[in-house]
Write a protein of this length. Structure first.
Lengths: 158, 259
């Protein structure tokens, strides 16, 4: 969960991004700083075929890759289309806009930066029913809190 | 198959004055030849379908009709069986997903087109995918038509037996429609190759199905109305009028409407 005092930003590109573009964009965002939490969204790319006659077989996919962001490795599990950020204060928003424009300057499609509420601020009844009272509030509403691998933590300069 | 000349009326295939409506009519009308865009071989089609190994005999569901005692039935005398039915082939399928970004065809359109052009088929229409079932050797023949003509664009049409998700999503950076199983891959040389069969099992060799068609061609040949960058539905007054008429009549149907 998040405190409502922190502004949130959503970065939406007109096309799904390749892993190397994501890497470039995220590294640029990390340089901007002021980011508290970040969630990478898009349609899932599973490691095995989830259903159909080939269910359970491995699913080699060129876009399911490990990328390097800051000093950490991040395993991509989705085809990235949207990035949601929670930032420390509103002064970072124009800087993020500039950073995004810089990364997408040589691409033939656009990318927009929007401000709004994109993360949950309190657990819903369904969250309580599904995950119980002790679910990790840091990631509830962003990903499934029952996942064993926790969030990737990228150390800032503060 | 040709439309009978002595029919009491001339089929119109569909309403509309726009380019999209015209394209729809062209695909449906069996007397109009579809433009051939690529040359995928029989063996390649068999590989993509994944129902049998190339060169293997067709497994059968029943003995050939000639060896079977047929009941005395007037309908069986009228209807000529297709090649597949004659041989007693199994019923198999091909399924397509068409991107909303100006794919050349879309589920309803495919079903209409196939119903007008092919025999002995059972199409299934869903919002994001369209499946057609028929006897195996007929299927291979029809699939070849569906893949080789202007009904398919290598980037924006997917041959997907399962996990079809992607038709309503944004395209990837290279212009390919999202596919969770990445059955087709756009190579460095600009050619799209199927590396998995339609249900996602890896193929022994990649099957090339050609270069993606450019945006201009797609917009000129699409059968999808799209208000962002294409022909908006509301601009085709005749189409709207027709749909509204059908809607009104079926709503009032219980009251026996008179025109």
């Amino acid at each position: 969960m998040t405190d409502a005092i922190y502004p949130q930003v959503r970065i939406v590109s007109a096309r799904f991004l390749r892993p190397d573009t994501v890497e470039q964009l995220l590294n640029r965002l990390v340089q901007v700083g002021g980011i508290r939490r970040m969630s990478i969204n898009g349609p899932s790319i599973p490691a095995t075929v989830p259903y159909g006659p080939a269910r359970g077989q491995p699913n080699p996919h060129p876009d399911r890759k490990v990328i390097r962001v800051g000093d950490q490795d991040v395993q991509l599990r989705v085809q990235v289309g949207t990035i949601i950020l929670e930032i420390e204060d509103e002064s970072y928003i124009p800087v993020i806009g500039e950073a995004v424009d810089e990364v997408f300057a040589d691409k033939d499609f656009s990318c927009t930066v929007q401000q709004g509420r994109y993360m949950k601020t309190q657990p819903t009844l369904s969250d309580y029913a599904k995950y119980g009272p002790d679910a990790d509030k840091q990631i509830l509403g962003l990903v499934d809190p029952r996942r064993k691998d926790g969030p990737v933590i990228i150390q800032g300069t503060k | 198959m040709k439309v009978k000349r002595n029919m009491a009326y001339k089929p119109q295939y569909g309403p509309g004055t726009s380019k999209v409506a015209e394209n729809r009519r062209k695909q449906m009308n069996p007397s109009q030849k579809l433009e051939k865009m690529r040359d995928v071989t029989d063996e390649d089609i068999v590989l993509i379908l994944g129902h049998r190994a190339p060169g293997a005999a067709y497994p059968t569901a029943h003995p050939p009709l000639a060896e079977q005692q047929e009941p005395d039935c007037p309908i069986r005398k009228i209807v000529t069986p297709t090649e597949g039915a004659k041989a007693g082939d199994r019923v198999r399928y091909i399924q397509f997903a068409d991107s909303m970004f100006f794919a050349p065809s879309h589920p309803y359109q495919r079903t209409y087109t196939e119903a007008y052009r092919f025999r002995g088929i059972d199409p299934g229409t869903l919002s994001g995918r369209q499946i057609v079932e028929c006897r195996e050797r007929d299927l291979e023949k029809y699939s070849k038509d569906l893949v080789n003509t202007e009904l398919l664009d290598p980037a924006r049409t997917g041959i997907r037996g399962a996990t079809v998700h992607g038709h309503s999503l944004r395209l990837a950076e290279n212009g390919m429609m999202f596919d969770m199983l990445q059955r087709s891959v756009l190579g460095e040389d600009g050619i799209v190759r199927y590396v998995k069969n339609q249900i996602g099992e890896p193929l022994d060799r990649a099957v090339a199905i050609g270069k993606p068609l450019d945006e201009k061609w797609l917009k000129a040949h699409t059968t999808i109305f799209h208000s962002l960058g294409g022909t908006p539905y509301r601009d085709d007054k005749e189409y709207i009028e027709y749909v509204q008429r059908i809607h009104t009549l079926r709503t009032k149907y219980g009251f026996l409407p008179k025109e």
